[in-house]
Design a protein around this ligand. Structure first.
Ligand SMILES: [Fe+2]
Length: 246
């Protein structure tokens, strides 16, 4: 049975909204889960409030039983499936996980339209701050890799999908998309403090959770000042398909 409906709720869990008290704040915990199948390796993230046990999962893929077991073992109440973008290695388990834990799937309306994604559990989310149980989640629209990519910020943690990697940024399919990527990276530069932690969908050497200050220093895609140079570099010829991030 799912962690949402069982009767043995975590000892500290209660309905914050109904309690009438000011909800205490602790930094949310991030569980990093490396999952894979058929040559794909992705990072999934389970983020939860350590008091209420309210949780979200980002881009679940490939290993359903393992993810369900982790959520149950940590006695979490999964409240939402957050999707950064619609590529299969990020969306693969959205429906089964949402079904199992009886929660919604969050995606930007731009991505839904582009991917023609359909689900009874779909919730199109605007660029805004949202409350999910006791978690505060901010959706930042960051197109470029796909037209509706979203990065999710939860306190000081950014879940960046295939927009920003520690070592680079996501592939772009056209010059226009690369222009959008430049603007998205500029937005992240404006929005993120140096002590923010970056949790991408993939790693090309560095483990997830890098400080943004270090990514800002070491990632070549964050060094460009003018969009035209960025677009030419992002779209340069001779890049390998899966590892074209440097
Ligand atoms: Fe992708």
């Amino acid at each position: 049975m799912s962690g949402n409906t069982r009767s043995d709720d975590p000892p500290h869990a209660f309905d914050a909204a109904a309690s009438g008290i000011e909800w205490p704040r602790l930094a949310p915990e991030v569980l990093v889960v490396e999952v894979g199948r058929r040559g794909f390796t992705n990072f999934n993230y389970i983020v939860f409030d350590r008091i209420s046990r309210d949780a979200v999962i980002v881009d679940p893929a490939w290993e359903l039983d393992r993810l369900v077991a982790m959520i149950d073992q940590h006695r979490l109440r999964l409240r939402a499936v957050l999707i950064t973008h619609s590529h299969p290695d990020h969306l693969n388990l959205a429906e089964p996980i949402a079904e199992h834990f009886d929660c919604s799937i969050w995606m930007s309306p731009q991505e839904v339209a582009w991917a023609r994604f359909q689900s009874d559990r779909l919730r199109c989310i605007a660029e805004a701050r949202w409350r999910i149980g006791t978690l505060e989640v901010e959706a930042l629209l960051t197109p470029g890799h796909t037209p509706g990519c979203v990065c999710y910020r939860i306190v000081d943690n950014l879940f960046s999908g295939d927009v920003l990697f520690a070592e680079g940024c996501g592939l772009c399919m056209s010059n226009n998309a690369a222009q959008q990527m430049f603007d998205s990276l500029e937005l992240l530069k404006q929005q993120l403090a140096g002590n923010s932690r970056i949790y991408p969908g993939h790693s090309y050497g560095k483990p997830p959770g890098q400080l943004f200050a270090n990514v800002l220093r070491d990632n070549i895609y964050l060094q460009f000042k003018d969009p035209d140079s960025f677009v030419r570099f992002r779209m340069r010829s001779g890049q390998g398909w899966m590892k074209a991030f440097r």
